[in-house]
Design a protein around this ligand. Structure first.
Ligand SMILES: Cc1ncc(COP(=O)(O)O)c(C=O)c1O
Length: 452
């Protein structure tokens, strides 16, 4: 029998997160205090994050135990299924074997609850009452809003203006879970007011929304800030994805030659790829990890590996990452979750070590791949996930050209049921491509902070 779906039992949900820091040949560069230029310590982060998450941020332990309360919530949708894309393989007429891990079965519709639940849990444990965050596409905001409802925390979400207008139903979902949603930039913060004074029609960016959320969280002793990507602890929480996929591929009798994920801040890519890259770093197995980003926000492929702020108003510490510059405001493409000026320091570090094969794809090419995937497999990917679909299809077509039967695994990190406006516009021929010119990239990079 040709199996389509590989499913695990609830008892198979990983009991620990995998920390790739334990397998690195060299640690990533330290995070610096923007005032002193010196490496920051836990006390610097304490106003924004609970101590358990700060410890995870700097941990070098290979395994970090998942608290039972978090595992209990994970059981609501985990383990997620691994599919063999047999109809897509036939449609492409490729000898490659294509597998995808489907994170869209979570109640919020993406991989984001894997970390939202963990973050809400640790904040609740440490007596926090309110969580403040930003959201690009609304997937992360929905995930944190749901986690807040589960753990009895208030949630305030700064939603990037362009997504706020494009995705009213995502906003509706967050409000249904009990969160308050404000379009960013807004009049509620100094950072927002400053941007609006200069650019009254600003479409917003994740960098601006982060500034607003951090500003509010830092002023309120009962509140903390929560981030849906980029930081080490967020990437760590996502490793349940790759660990499950490893077990499921074992059931199928396969091991990936290529693993593919889309990259905005790097968390779903890390989630699926880090357990495999770890095995490679330990010399156990080989594979190629492909990170696909939008051509309109190409931090890994065209950004500079440099110290930069995580936000536009320069409120965060300085992190070394691939960046387009903290003032960079990307085009209003529909993959709102991929519109971040930087890349996770850990993903950036691994890219510098030659462990990641990055590429950039345009919006139209990714929607075409998503539609082809939907017609073959019946699942409608989130616009962000379409970048991974495109990467996987391209690899499968290369296998066809070369007559090679490689095993390709990709992360279908979310569904696109709240993104129908984007699909309708794509099908009506209304979407456009945008690639940054060399001059535009250089201009955005000119504002990078100078670090000695
Ligand atoms: C469905 C989906 N995929 C991907 C991303 C990008 O984030 P990351 O690169 O951290 O997975 C987002 C972010 O909001 C998202 O909503």
């Amino acid at each position: 029998m040709d199996s389509i779906k590989y499913t695990l039992a609830e008892k198979d949900i990983p009991q620990s997160w995998y920390n790739i820091a334990s397998d690195l040949p060299a640690p990533p560069p330290p995070v610096l205090h923007p005032g002193t230029g010196q490496p920051i310590g836990p006390a610097d982060l304490a106003p924004l994050f609970p101590m358990e998450l700060i410890k995870q941020e700097v941990s070098a332990e290979r395994k970090i135990e998942i608290p039972e309360e978090v595992q209990q919530v994970y059981r609501q949708w985990r383990p997620t299924p691994l599919y063999r894309a047999r109809r897509l393989e036939r449609a492409l007429d490729t000898p490659a074997k294509i597998y995808y891990k489907y994170e869209g079965v979570s109640p919020a519709g993406s991989h984001k609850p894997n970390t939202a639940i963990a973050q809400a849990y640790y904040n609740k444990q440490e007596g926090v009452k309110r969580l403040i965050t930003e959201t690009g596409a609304g997937q992360w905001g929905s995930a944190l809003a749901m986690a807040g409802a589960f753990f009895g925390l208030e949630v305030l979400v700064y939603m990037v203006r362009v997504s706020y207008d494009q995705k009213p139903y995502r906003r509706g979902l967050m409000e249904t879970f009990g969160a308050k949603v404000i379009a960013s930039p807004s009049e509620t913060t100094n950072a927002g007011r400053m941007i609006l004074a200069e650019h009254p029609d600003s479409t917003g960016s994740l960098g601006i929304a982060i500034s607003e959320a951090v500003e509010i969280a830092a002023q309120d002793p009962d509140a903390k800030y929560a981030l849906g990507s980029v930081l080490n602890h967020v990437l760590l929480h996502q490793t349940v994805i790759g660990q499950e996929a490893l077990m499921q591929l074992e059931m199928a009798g396969d091991y990936p030659d290529i693993v593919v994920g889309c990259t905005g801040g790097g968390s779903n890519f890390a989630g699926i790829a880090f357990p495999f890259i770890g095995a490679k770093l330990r010399g156990e197995r080989d594979l190629r990890a492909v990170a696909v980003e939008p051509a309109s926000c190409p931090s890994l492929t065209r950004g500079k590996y440099a110290y930069d702020f995580g936000d536009t108003a320069k409120m965060t510490p300085l992190v070394k990452m691939h960046t387009l510059g903290h003032t960079f405001v990307p085009e209003g493409i529909h993959a709102g979750g991929l519109r971040y000026h930087g890349m996770a320091p850990m993903v950036s570090h691994l890219a510098e070590l030659g462990q990641i094969d990055p590429r950039a794809e345009t919006q139209l090419g990714c929607f075409a791949a998503g539609v082809q995937f939907a017609r073959a497999e019946g699942i409608l990917p989130a616009p962000e996930a379409n970048h991974a679909v495109k990467g996987a299809i391209d690899e499968a077509l290369k296998c066809k050209e070369g007559g090679e039967s490689k095993v390709i695994l990709f992360n279908l990190c979310g569904h696109g049921h709240f993104d129908m406006g984007a699909y309708i516009d794509y099908l009506a021929g209304k979407l456009r491509d945008h690639e940054y010119s060399r001059e535009e990239v250089a201009m955005a990079l000119a504002g990078l902070p100078s670090v000695g």
